[in-house]
Design a protein around this ligand. Structure first.
Ligand code: CDP
Length: 206
């Protein structure tokens, strides 16, 4: 039987690292749904119509270089406003969520729209300054030239666009466990996530 763990939250909250660790802990598959929107955003920057790009998305589009760049992140949040883009990506995400052997999906609307019946839901957040600092450190480590103020501005701008869109806005599901990682290191955040998932599992296991 499938078991779905939905992990949502704002930009650079640490969902990626956390989701990978949680998936590894349970032996589940992991889908970074942000990558789908980034791939469509990258196609739009190439000049393609985003709706056509979303409908024709291929596995190799998810492996292309540069999807983690700030320009692609902003493009992703612009195409993510378009209902037809979101609709084109729903079936793939839902099929992945029900894969045998369990799945962790991270994104913005997993617990609210894609998998409202997920067995466990987490909403991972942190104050914008902490998230921007982490993203800035990540970019520096990857050799990207930037400055902290620019990263903070980008983070806040993207959160605002994601939270105020009409279709599937970024918001915690009513039944999600909130994990604020502002004061947590990665090990503590992973431990909090695992204990929340174990508690959800215990609730549904007779
Ligand atoms: O890694 P980071 O948190 O910075 O971003 P991401 O998860 O890769 O998502 C990039 C953008 O895709 C977000 O800013 C959202 O606009 C969009 N997205 C979405 O709308 N719904 C999802 N389930 C995942 C991402």
């Amino acid at each position: 039987m499938g078991f779905t763990i939905a992990i949502d939250g704002p930009a650079a909250a640490g969902k990626g690292t956390l989701s990978k660790a949680v998936a590894q802990h349970y032996g589940f598959g992991h889908l970074d749904t942000g990558l789908l929107y980034r791939a469509v955003g990258a196609r739009m920057l190439d000049g393609m119509d985003p709706i056509a790009a979303a409908k024709a998305l291929l596995a190799e589009d998810l492996a292309r270089e540069g999807l983690r760049s700030p320009d692609v992140a902003q493009a992703a949040s612009k195409v993510a406003i378009i209902p037809e883009v979101r609709a084109a990506l729903v079936d793939f995400q839902r099929a992945y969520a029900r894969r045998a052997g369990g799945a962790v999906l991270d994104g913005r609307d997993i617990g609210t729209v894609i998998c409202p019946d997920a067995e466990a839901k987490l909403f991972v957040t942190a104050i914008p300054e902490v998230r921007a600092r982490r993203r800035y450190d990540e970019m520096c480590a990857a050799g990207v030239q930037t400055d902290y103020e620019t990263v903070l501005k980008d983070t806040i701008e993207r959160d605002h666009r994601d939270s105020t869109r009409v279709d599937a806005p970024l918001i915690a599901a009513g039944d999600a466990v909130i994990i604020d990682t502002s004061q947590l290191d990665i090990d503590a955040a992973v431990a909090a996530a695992i204990s929340a998932v174990d508690a959800a599992h215990a609730r549904i296991t007779p």
